[in-house]
Ligand binder design. Sequence first.
Ligand SMILES: Cc1ncc(COP(=O)(O)O)c(C=O)c1O
Length: 350
Amino acid sequence: MNKNNFDINSLIRPNVAKMRPYSSARDEFKDFDSEMIFLDANENPFETNVNRYPDPQQQKLKSILSKQKNIPSNQILLGNGSDEVLDLIFRAFCEPAKDNIITLPPTYGMYSVLANLNNIENREVLLDSDFQPDLDEVSRTADKRTKLLFICSPNNPTGNLITSEKILKLLKTFNGLIVIDEAYIDFASKESWIKKLNEFPNLIVTQTLSKAYGLAGIRLGVCYASAEIIAVLNKIKPPYNINELTQKFAIERLENIIKIKSDISLLNDEKIGLLKALVEVTFIEKVYPTDANFILIKVDNAEKRYSQLLQKGIVVRNRSSQPLCVNTLRITIGTASENKKLITILKTLE
Ligand SMILES: Cc1ncc(COP(=O)(O)O)c(C=O)c1O
């Protein structure tokens, strides 16, 4: 899809297209640092450090992300976790009971939860045995009411990247919006697709501070897209969706990018060690390659091994109910001592 034949207006829900953004008190007056007297938002004037509403546009946080990622602030939207960003995308573009989306299982479960919640048909096109999308099947499955295609890369729970060739082909041919969920991209050997935003107006990239950035508890997800798409999402987001504490905490962490990078590098080193050690465990039949901070393994009996690990105090995720994932467990990379303990225990199981 190129810029000449793409019209975002044809994809927006009619009611959303007509909406004007809700204007909050803090939208109308943004000058937080001045010595003004704020009697406009029915806040409590007594200082608690959080008695004022947070910046609804999170300008400071976005300007840091903008510099680090080399993407203008007007192409960034922040959400209460990337789960909120994904929900906003559904609500902006998918007309309940009329439109449909395509997902590529086995994949992240929230796409189907959000489709259900928003009363949108979820058309599932299974990945192939290499966990790559079947492009012919995607094109056969799409119709005029297919608004979104979700590509999770690196994919959860399989851990692999979707190949650039496949994604490029989809970006060029798919008639709706393509959402590439890059929750795990910071662990991957390939670059983010955010570099391609200006080339593909139908591309939306979501990322999160929950994984590599170590901030799952503050709930901060990021959406990168064209300024036009971001403007649509901005119209429908709750005015103060990113709270003050989250904004402060994220700014602090992002300002120490060296520490983030060193944590990622430590985890990737741990992953290499864990991959080698898992291959040697007798009941593990397959260790899948991974570009994420987790490893999918196929075992002889997932339920049995899951329970044995639980009894020893180690919680992993049994993914056997997912298509193509019979007898698989998903293991997150922990600290060096946690991983060592995991391997020691795995080797003792009978
Ligand atoms: C692929 C994928 N996307 C999104 C999320 C949710 O991220 P957040 O914590 O930003 O809501 C997860 C969490 O597990 C995930 O695996």
